[in-house]
Design a protein around this ligand. Structure first.
Ligand SMILES: [Zn+2]
Length: 148
């Protein structure tokens, strides 16, 4: 479950664990108006903080996402993710499934294709591209087994 920052026009800001990135923004707890998700702005979470550090998956995934390599921003994220790692070590139930993702668009949107899975498929077919295509076909024909 990703942790997101929300802000309201009235000035209220809060964090909320939501089931997925596509969850609708909640109403403002102060005034009840519609809030908007804020781009992640990681704080350094000390051990005394009550809120868990943001999940690894909430970290920026692109050059734009890290403000084109902004040194301070990247450093803050690194510290945040270090804190997250410590947090997950203490609370393994919050650890995310973290296989490197090979494809996450189209048929892989809901359940990304991991390199592990791709490698296993490519080992039998000897062609990674073909294996990925086959994996995609299977997902379109078997929509069941969504694990959230
Ligand atoms: Zn408000």
């Amino acid at each position: 479950m990703p942790l997101y920052d929300y802000a309201c026009a009235c000035g209220t800001r809060f964090e909320l664990l939501v089931s997925s990135w596509s969850s609708p923004a909640p109403d403002c707890p102060t005034c009840g108006a519609q809030t908007a998700r804020r781009p992640p702005a990681p704080a350094i979470h000390s051990s005394g903080s009550s809120a868990p550090p943001p999940a690894m998956s909430s970290a920026p995934q692109s050059w734009e996402g890290v403000h084109r390599g902004d040194r301070e921003y990247v450093t803050r994220w690194r510290r945040t993710l270090d804190a997250r790692q410590e947090f997950e070590a203490r609370h393994p139930e919050h650890a995310e499934h973290r296989d490197a993702v090979a494809a996450h668009e189209g048929v892989f949107e809901r359940r990304p294709l991991t390199y592990k899975e791709l490698a296993a498929r490519a080992a039998t077919s000897k062609d990674a591209t073909k294996a990925a295509v086959e994996a995609g076909k299977e997902r379109t024909t078997t929509p069941a087994a969504t694990t959230g």
